[in-house]
Design a protein around this ligand. Sequence first.
Ligand SMILES: NC(=O)c1ccc[n+]([C@@H]2O[C@H](COP(=O)([O-])OP(=O)(O)OC[C@H]3O[C@@H](n4cnc5c(N)ncnc54)[C@H](OP(=O)(O)O)[C@@H]3O)[C@@H](O)[C@H]2O)c1
Length: 330
Amino acid sequence: MPPINAYLIEDDAQPARAGFTTLASTQLDPGDVEVDIHYASVNYKDALAATGRGRIIRRFPCVGGIDAVGTVAVSGSSRFKAGDSVVVHGHGFGVSHHGGWATRARVPADWVNRIPSPLTELDAITIGVAGYTAALAVDLMELNGLKPSGGRVLVNGATGGVAGIGIDMLAQRGFHVVAVTSKPEHAPYLKELGAREVITAAELPPATRPLEKAQWAGALDSLGGEPLAALTRTMDRDGVIASFGNAAGHDFTTSVMPFILRGVRLIGVNSDNPPDVREHVWQRLATDLRPRHLGRIAQVKPFEALPQVVLDVADGRNRGRNVIAVNPTP
Ligand SMILES: NC(=O)c1ccc[n+]([C@@H]2O[C@H](COP(=O)([O-])OP(=O)(O)OC[C@H]3O[C@@H](n4cnc5c(N)ncnc54)[C@H](OP(=O)(O)O)[C@@H]3O)[C@@H](O)[C@H]2O)c1
């Protein structure tokens, strides 16, 4: 087998030591399935890991990249055979086990899903962990009573990867989506995805009292911190917040009033799931939650551009999903 081209993160100094190298297949981590990687992506978490701005990597050195797609080269699992088109994400991938920024990965079978028809490999990596998380959030919000007739749904960090796919999914299910962004110049893009209104965070009224005017039936929260605290205070009765991100901070302070007086539901969303949940979410991604604007959301760059894309995402200059063509199929 030819050497594996990889982008290896060596430490978490600031800036982290990271760069292109080659690995032998004996240097890959253990697993049941070997995948020839065609595309990977750069998520917010990847950018923190590869710049050293967040303590993400738990084992050095580590090939970065928390999601990837490609074809199975070798399988010791009865669930997969050579040639299957698959998506890999979750658990230790790109965190404590070599990830997707390499021409080959070896992983446990439980981190792998067959790409469901009619999605292509490029569709599946544009979705990636981000779209998976958005779909899981929508699934959990619906289980908790969110309906299009209930009222408006706020999506913050709107130009981000999870948020953009979330806007697309919610809009096609008939929700009135309000996108909140720090980049109002991207309003036409957000409207194309399906947002009915686009506003900046500065246009949201201040929310400091335990309960403020109720405005939102649902919220997809990429930010955490103060924006999440404000959301708890401004949700409608029985409103549902899906909390999955921390782009604005980890800590937030609120009171119990929204929960005990308005029945606000604060739902945690974690994309590390067992195989049955992964299968359910990927099936929905290929059917009733299938995003319609993946071509608009994807920004595809060559493997050599990875270091620059990492900096762009870490500095918030990105939009949508940052796809890396590691070794694309012709
Ligand atoms: N729980 C899970 O399993 C899971 C899975 C995937 C992602 N996540 C988390 O979800 C969040 C979003 O991920 P992503 O991959 O979509 O990231 P992303 O593409 O980088 O998008 C994040 C967006 O948040 C906004 N933003 C960034 N920094 C900010 C700041 N300091 N203050 C306020 N807004 C800021 C920006 O949007 P605007 O400029 O449009 O406002 C940015 O585009 C991250 O925190 C990530 O770690 C969690």
